[in-house]
Design a protein around this ligand. Structure first.
Ligand code: FAD
Length: 468
């Protein structure tokens, strides 16, 4: 068997593997072998539905060395005034460019695309899905698992319910390839993919009366206007969050206060949402979503027959000539939190609140600039991704503590303030701006009490001075 030597073996060339590799090779003279079963870099975007866009600013996505997009503000359309958001082709070509120009052309990165990684005891084996050849990778330094948070998507994950023969069910990707229009569209899912599908259908002239929305859980979503690359906006968001927490007497109350502050959005103001994955949503999208009146709230679908949708809490008729659109993959993943730097491998996870690209880049920087795993793990404790009101709040607590640790290191703070995917970035030229100082001051007034209250509400213990 042929073997290859490398310093780092990074498994997964999605957003996280790419961001880690980019920051690592920028700060350490090392060789990286990047492996992916897909033939290209960019991960799940390769199989995404064609009308997908980043749900937040392009600037917040990608690798640290190279901005995605132009950092431009949208001038026209329903989001005029908000930052541009890349579409699928732009994300794909961005990662293609990073791989070719930033990585491969340096000779310091080898890409084994279309290749499956597997471990056999101490051996690291990579098999080409094209030639069938297996190579052994001799790793001088580290194995990096950049698949730990890999999202599930409808194109590659079957619907989580039974389907009788002949019932028409398609993944969301197929909407752009329909041969003929059905009478009704049954959209299944409560998250970003379902909302994208409905906004796309309405935008393409489908009347809301032809849409049945099976929404097992009511979602809270973030108002896109408060997640923008501008320190005034990000300090205000953090201050609103902390002030709301200080006054909240329950998790539900916290979210209602955030809604009153213009931070959170919900589709149905009479419902009490239980889901808080919190993708960002434009208020123009909210208006469209609210126009859909046929909403089914009977839990998850168990199975579909020719004439019925059978759900956890009851059944409803499946109208003739319906197309059921699968938007029900769980997307975000919630594996157990483990130290990022483990004895066997590095497992990339989020660290601050959300923003997987920045967190992976941070891990690459810390890997390159620190030489002790205990210290690395202290600076970069793993965080959860949000799902419920409790886990969203837990994520705020863990992320705030993490940011205070890595942010206290002068070199990391300086690096992070130059790093576009960092949503809390304050450019050095803005630091002394009186408005920015005032916004930071407002946050400082409630930060400690807000953090303590969120820790109480989410039952997330705060570390004591010894652990910190
Ligand atoms: C529709 C959608 C929209 C999103 N929008 C945003 C957004 O706007 N902003 C944001 O911050 N986040 C967004 N996210 C979340 C974010 O994109 C993901 O968290 C992030 O891209 C995940 O990247 P990843 O590298 O962890 O996973 P992936 O993109 O899934 O990459 C992992 C890679 O590992 C490869 N792999 C897995 N196992 C093996 C193996 N054994 N051998 C070889 N290769 C393997 C896979 O082929 C895959 O390419 C979105 C997610 C989805 C699903």
């Amino acid at each position: 068997m042929r073997s290859l030597e490398t310093d780092y073996l990074v498994i997964g060339a999605g957003a996280m593997g790419m961001a880690f590799t980019d920051a690592l090779i920028d700060h350490a003279d090392v060789h990286v072998t990047l492996v992916d079963r897909r033939h290209v870099a960019g991960g799940h975007w390769e199989d995404a539905y064609s009308f997908v866009r980043l749900h937040q600013a392009s600037l917040f996505y990608g690798v640290a060395s190279t901005v995605l997009g132009n950092g431009a503000v949208q001038q026209n359309g329903p989001e005029a005034g908000l930052q541009e958001r890349a579409r699928q082709p732009e994300i794909q070509s961005y990662y293609h460019d990073i791989l070719q120009r930033r990585f491969l052309s340096t000779g310091r990165v080898t890409f084994l695309g279309g290749s499956e990684y597997r471990a056999e005891g101490p051996l690291h084996l990579v098999s080409s899905r094209v030639t069938g050849e297996t190579v052994r990778i001799e790793v001088r330094r580290r194995v990096v698992d950049a698949t730990y948070l890999s999202p599930t998507i409808p194109a590659t994950t079957p619907p989580p319910f039974g389907i009788a023969d002949g019932v028409r069910v398609v993944p969301v990707n197929e909407l752009v390839r329909l041969g003929g229009a059905p009478t009704n569209y049954v959209i299944v899912g409560s998250g970003k993919t379902a909302t994208d599908a409905i906004v796309w259908l309405l935008g393409n002239g489908v009347s809301e009366s032809r849409i049945i929305w099976v929404r097992p859980r009511e979602p809270w979503m973030l108002n896109r206007a408060v997640v923008q690359p501008d320190p005034l906006v990000s300090f205000a968001l953090a201050a609103d969050t902390m002030e709301s927490a200080c006054a909240a007497d329950s998790l539900d109350d916290l979210f209602l206060r955030l809604e009153a502050a213009g931070v959170m959005l919900r589709i149905d103001t009479k419902a009490a949402p239980t889901m808080a994955k919190t993708p960002t949503l434009g208020t123009w999208e909210l208006d469209l979503l609210r126009s859909v009146e046929k909403v089914v709230r009977l839990g998850h679908i168990k199975h579909l027959t020719h004439s019925e949708i059978v759900l956890e809490e009851g059944s409803i008729p499946l109208p003739p000539d319906s197309l059921v659109v699968h938007c029900a993959a769980s997307g975000l993943q919630y594996p157990p939190l483990v130290p990022v730097w483990g004895p066997d491998k590095i497992r990339l996870q989020t660290i601050r609140v959300g923003f997987p690209c920045f967190c992976a880049a941070l891990s690459g920087y810390v890997e390159a600039t620190r030489d002790d795993d205990r210290e690395r793990n202290r600076l970069c404790p793993p965080n959860t991704l949000p799902d419920t009101l409790a886990s969203w709040t837990r994520m705020q607590v863990r992320g705030t503590i993490a940011a205070s640790r890595y942010g206290a290191e002068p070199d990391i703070a300086a690096w992070a303030n130059r790093c576009a995917p960092n949503p809390a970035r304050v450019d050095p030229s803005q630091r002394d701006d009186p408005a920015v100082r005032a916004a930071a001051g407002r946050l400082a007034e409630s930060a400690e009490r807000g953090l303590a209250r969120m820790a109480e509400l989410a039952h997330e213990p705060l570390p004591n001075a010894v652990d910190a």
